[in-house]
Design a protein. Sequence first.
Length: 281
Amino acid sequence: MNDLSTLDSKEMEELAAILGTAVSGGESSIVRVPELRINAKSVNKDTKKPIPQGSFYLKGSDKTAYAESVTFRPLASHVQYFNWDDIDGKRTLVNKSIAVLNPYKDEARDILGTIACGMPSWDDRQQMDKEVSKKWRAMQHRIVRGVVSYSGKTEDGEEVVYENEPCIMFHKNSTYGGFYNGFVKKIPKGHHLYNYEAKLTSEYNENGSVVWYTFQYEPDLSNVLTFTKEVRDTSIVFAESIRAENKYIDSQYMKAITEGSIDGAAMTAIDSLDADFEEVA
């Protein structure tokens, strides 16, 4: 693969601005990629076969293969707000914001004409009932896109190898700060997230009868990766997808604030991964 680290510098800067890869000091349809998850179950509820707890897998891939650890290279990092509600006994997405780089500085406009799905300030949330505050907190997600590599096995023992497979991760609640603290803060200033990859492992957590796993990052800072054509092409697809989704949400935001209403089909018209991260801890 060709090293593009010294080529198309203007394009790379524009990509970095969209993808949120810098460490400080055209339209396309929204792309669906597999979601990198950690399995918290001991049995596949559909096949009734045992599956390894705490293992990584790609939800939405051609073959579901499990591995104790994976290698992940981030290509985009954003914060986005999602509001789910119980409607007629079904968990339904009722609002979502654009993807922003900095939730403290950027205006996370949403489909209903509010900001960040109406998220109250930190101080206001501290005065709320714990359960109410928890519901608000669960709306804020750290969304990380990148490529993952690993060798795993299906529940039937078939070995599957993924090499630089595009994927997405949704982090909220106890997993929200993991990527920033475990990866971003360790990257040297002046570099980009895509210059490094990390070994990902899982950590077991429990609270009473509730069991979940959190992502643990081990960045390899000794190996500075080059920006290859393959990585560039994947980054462009991610950037176009983010632009397309943000453009759609912004159009609904303007419609809501100018007309005082929202398109009744808004939640079904947008093609995204909203239904894929319902079980994120």
